[in-house]
Design a protein. Structure first.
Length: 240
């Protein structure tokens, strides 16, 4: 675990020592806050539901910008070979990078707390703390799944722009696959199967304040699957 921690710290320093993290956080918070409060004042309703419904789309546009560089940049700059010559296993490097991205995601979600506290303060009926906590857990797991998918895509290419585009469309496919616009054309067994595959379906369930073990299992499985695929991709690049 010391080696995973070392990669974790290395990646976090790379984030914070460059303007990327600060630009990312500021842009994300401005966009999400503006989108939420635009509807907030129009509807004159202190409800956090619209805020959490914005996050899947906001993550879709923002999180691939974090993952697109994690492996693609290592390969294009030649530092991947240097990293792999160190006494570190591929899965440790993958885990460290993933934890760094997840840590930044956690910081971003924490910085949205003033928004939720402000809405709770002006709400006549208040907000359900349990539902808010479940929504944040759902948002964290959703974002972590995005990051795992993005890492895998980044490990397949040396071009960061290509990594961003492919990650965007792959995550978008997982978001849409469980929606009615897709399941309407399926029949029998495929309908519940497609619904279960949808990233957003499980997030919506948790955003209602319900933490179901099936949703947790889904997200943990997705994260593990794509981190495993990333590890295999890194291994194949090492020996190619």
């Amino acid at each position: 675990m010391n080696k995973v921690s070392a990669i974790w710290r290395r990646e976090l320093k790379a984030f914070w020592y460059s303007p990327v993290a600060y630009i990312f956080i500021v842009v994300f918070l401005i966009i999400v806050t503006w989108l939420y409060f635009r509807g907030f004042f129009e509807q004159n309703n202190a409800d956090l539901g619209p805020f959490f419904s914005i996050l899947p789309a906001a993550f879709l546009f923002m999180l691939p910008t974090l993952t697109m560089r994690q492996w693609a940049e290592e390969r294009s700059s030649g530092t991947l070979e240097l990293l792999m010559t160190q006494p570190i296993r591929e899965w440790e490097a993958v885990a460290g990078k993933f934890l760094a991205g997840s840590s930044l995601l956690g910081v971003i979600l924490l910085l949205t707390l003033p928004l939720t506290i402000s809405v709770a303060a002006v709400s006549q009926n208040g907000v359900d703390p349990g539902a808010v906590a479940a929504s944040y857990i759902g948002a964290l797991l959703l974002g972590m799944a995005y990051l795992a998918i993005g890492q895998w895509v980044s490990s397949l290419t040396v071009n960061q722009i290509v990594a961003f585009i492919l990650t965007f469309f792959l995550i978008g496919a997982f978001l849409l696959v469980g929606e009615a616009v897709v399941t309407y054309f399926s029949t029998g067994f495929f309908t519940p199967f497609l619904e279960y595959l949808g990233l957003n379906r499980h997030y919506v369930s948790m955003a209602r304040g319900v933490i179901d073990t099936r949703d947790l299992l889904y997200y943990f499985s997705m994260i593990f699957l794509f981190l495993y695929l990333t590890t295999r991709a890194v291994e194949s690049r090492k020996w190619s």
